[in-house]
Structure formats: structure tokens, C-alpha cells
Write a protein that binds this ligand. Structure first.
Ligand code: DAH
Length: 344
């Protein structure tokens, strides 16, 4: 740009150049040349300093007008400086129908989990969480599991190839029960929580077993809490979940961390499970005094109950799904049937 050109001359040339800048790169180069930090507009403003004082006001106004005119030309060109759009140039036909874009939906296991959480929420249970990578201490010892219990076996549990820490070896939790310990370590009773989450076991995969699955753990500890509360909570829960006619029965069983322990069976009017009326659906019991003592809670003062539910199991019962493997094969034809919140 020669020094001799007046702002008016430069402006005329700039506008002609912008009009002929056919593509984005040219338009942007134009913007740098005229409106950039070292562009023509800035040079003119910088030049004001060297003018005699008397000439400055008029020259200053001319410089500002010049800059504004350039900015306006750029604005008129459109925000991106792209000029003519691909639609108006005919490159794209905007009258063509759009491409269908499939929307997703909540997975049937997550839907079941949401429903479970919602019911317990209404009963006053808060949500708790714990890690999927656990210690041997939290997953077994603190839950009063004997050192020769078969679940500890390397054939049943995934151990991590890491040096043991102060709480023993590292493993993928086999149950959500260690969250009971995590919560009791952190807080004093009264406690009333559920802990939903993923668990891992080294099982042979078949229609009812997978190497990972979801459980919901429940724990309620306080003064005077006992089995009648447990039974009431489970009855309310299963009737809400499976229908008001559902019957619940507790059958004596063994779990290391509860005493007494029970398996929970449900009977649903008009339904049988492999020809049988009662379906095993959960485990539960009164929290073992050793578990409480181990986390510094006095079992003379505080008592409580715990329970554990299998989420896939419940989803199978609710929807009549025969095979656990269907949940994780991700076949859209299967998942679509449960797409309550929109098409898959
Ligand atoms: N953790 C048990 C399992 O995976 C389930 C269970 C049973 C949890 C009884 C409990 C309980 O809290 O009280 O088989």
C-alpha cells in the first residue's frame, strides 16, 4: 500500500477486493490485510501521531470513518466471511428430505435400576457409592467372611495383579456388600442407605450367570432396628415393583455378614417360575454384631438389617426376559422393545 493513497482511495480498493474475494480463505486474508492488528486501518490510526496537532481532529475522524466502513463491509459479508452460502449457490439442495437420525433410549437394566432407586427413595433410603476395585478386607474380611470361604478363591474372584496394600489384595468387588463397610467406616448410625452398582465374578457365562452384573445393597442401622422393619421394607418394595398382589417370604439361609440370614422369595399372582410358585430374588438378614464391632459401632446399642438384590434378575422377572446374555449383546432389536424413553 503506497503512503500516497488517501483513506478514501484505500477504501474504494478494499471494498472492490472484498467483493471479488470468492472464497473463505481470500475473505479472511482481506480481513487481516485491512482490519488486522497490523492492517491498513491500524496503520492510518498509528500515522495520526506524526501529524501536526491542528490536522489531527479531522484526520482522526477520517481514520475512524474508514475503519467503520471496512467493518461494516465485513459484517455485511456475513459472520464467517463465507459470502454466498452452499445452499444459495446451488451446491446443496435444501429442499431434499433430511437423513433420519436415530435417538437412543435408556437401557432396560438402567430403567429397572432407576425404578428400584425410586421406590427406596420414597422409603427414606439415601444413595451411597463405593469403588468397583475393592480390597480383600472390605469385600471379605470386614464382612466376616472366613478365610477359607469359597468365594475368595481365585477361581471365583478376579484379583488384580497389583502389590497388596494395607487392606490386602486388590480385586473386582464380587458384591455391593463392601459399601456397607465403607459407609459404616465414614459415618455413625443412624444410617439408611442403598448402594447400587456393578459386581464381578469369575462365573461360567450362561442364561442366568454373567461375569458382571448389578446389585443393589441396602443397609439400615440405628437404635432398635430389627427384622420387623426389614420385612416391612421388603414387602412394600416388592409390591411396588412387581404388583400389589405380590407375596414375600423369608427363608433361613446363610450369609457371613448377617445373623440370622434369609433368602427372599416372591410369589406373583398368575405367574410361575420354571413351574414353581416362589422365586428366589434377594438375600437379607440382621447385621452381624461382628461386622458392627469391626467398624467401631457398639452392637449393644445399635442394630440393623441389610439386604442385597440382583438387578438383572429383577429386570428378567419384570419383562419376562429368559436369558441374561441378551442384556449385554447390544442387539438393538432386543433393546428397542424396552425403549420407554424414545426409539432406539
Ligand atoms: N452379597 C450377597 C451376595 O452377593 C447378597 C446379600 C445377602 C446382601 C444378604 C446382603 C445381605 O446385604 O444381607 O450374594
Amino acid at each position: 500500500m503506497s503512503q500516497a493513497s488517501s483513506p478514501q482511495e484505500i477504501l474504494t480498493r478494499a471494498l472492490a477486493e472484498l467483493a471479488s474475494a470468492k472464497d473463505l480463505a481470500l475473505a479472511q486474508a482481506w480481513r487481516n490485510r485491512y482490519l488486522g492488528r497490523q492492517g491498513e486501518a491500524q496503520k492510518i490510526l498509528d500515522g495520526l501521531k506524526s501529524l501536526p496537532a491542528a490536522e489531527r481532529p479531522a484526520a482522526g475522524k477520517a481514520a475512524n470513518d474508514f475503519r467503520k466502513a471496512l467493518e461494516q463491509a465485513w459484517a455485511e459479508r456475513g459472520e464467517s466471511g463465507a459470502g454466498e452460502s452452499r445452499a444459495t449457490s446451488g451446491e446443496i439442495d435444501p429442499t431434499l428430505p433430511g437423513k433420519p437420525y436415530p435417538s437412543g433410549a435408556v437401557h432396560v437394566v438402567t430403567q429397572t435400576l432407576d425404578r428400584i432407586i425410586d421406590i427406596f427413595h420414597r422409603l427414606g433410603f439415601a444413595l451411597a457409592d463405593g469403588p468397583e476395585i475393592e480390597t480383600e478386607h472390605h469385600n471379605f474380611d470386614a464382612l466376616n467372611t472366613q478365610s477359607d470361604h469359597p468365594a475368595r478363591d481365585e477361581a471365583d474372584t478376579f484379583y488384580l495383579d497389583l502389590p497388596p496394600g494395607p487392606h490386602g489384595r486388590w480385586l473386582l468387588r464380587t458384591q455391593t456388600s463392601p459399601v456397607q463397610i465403607r459407609v459404616l467406616e465414614k459415618r455413625k448410625p443412624p444410617i439408611k442407605i442403598i448402594a447400587p452398582g456393578r459386581c464381578y465374578r469369575r462365573d461360567e457365562v450362561d442364561a442366568t450367570h454373567g461375569i458382571f452384573f448389578h446389585q443393589v445393597e441396602g443397609l439400615c442401622v440405628g437404635e432398635g432396628i430389627g427384622l420387623p422393619h426389614l420385612k416391612g421394607v421388603l414387602e412394600f418394595f416388592f409390591r411396588e415393583l412387581l404388583g400389589q398382589g405380590t407375596k414375600v417370604r423369608l427363608r433361613p439361609h446363610y450369609f457371613p455378614f448377617t445373623e440370622p440370614s434369609f433368602e427372599v422369595d416372591c410369589s406373583i399372582p398368575g405367574k410361575t417360575f420354571r413351574g414353581k410358585e416362589w422365586l428366589e430374588i434377594a438375600g437379607c438378614g440382621r447385621v452381624h454384631p461382628k461386622v458392627l464391632r469391626g467398624v467401631g459401632v457398639d452392637p449393644e446399642k445399635f442394630t440393623g438389617y441389610a439386604f442385597g438384590l440382583g438387578v438383572e434378575r429383577i429386570a428378567m422377572v419384570r419383562h419376562g426376559i429368559p436369558d441374561l446374555r441378551l442384556f449385554y449383546e447390544n442387539d438393538v432389536r432386543f433393546l428397542k422393545q424396552f425403549a420407554a424413553y424414545g426409539a432406539v
